[in-house]
Design a protein around this ligand. Structure first.
Ligand SMILES: [Zn+2]
Length: 91
């Protein structure tokens, strides 16, 4: 209830959330593609303009989760993870 200690904890939680948000930044393109901050074309580049990339906000992410029964994930990261795991069913 607003004691100084609680305020400190709340501030720490806010900082942690901000760090997670930066890591989990999701971009979406007008062509239906999804990328993280690392894999989105460089903002302002031709490819970036061509696909009309926009930073997804909380409302967009919520809408995506409702429509896809899962959170939005960068296509490139997903593909890389699948590569690391190897072909499905390989021994
Ligand atoms: Zn990525």
């Amino acid at each position: 209830m607003g004691t100084p200690a609680d305020d400190g904890i709340a501030a720490a939680k806010r900082d942690a959330q901000a760090a997670r948000d930066a890591e989990a930044q999701i971009w979406w393109s007008g062509k239906g593609r999804i990328a993280c901050a690392e894999h989105v074309p460089r903002p302002g580049s031709d490819a970036w303009w061509m696909d009309r990339w926009e930073l997804a906000d909380a409302a967009w992410l919520e809408g995506y989760e409702r429509g896809h029964s899962g959170s939005a994930r960068c296509e490139v990261c997903v593909a890389l993870e699948q590569l690391e795991r190897g072909p499905e069913g390989a021994s």
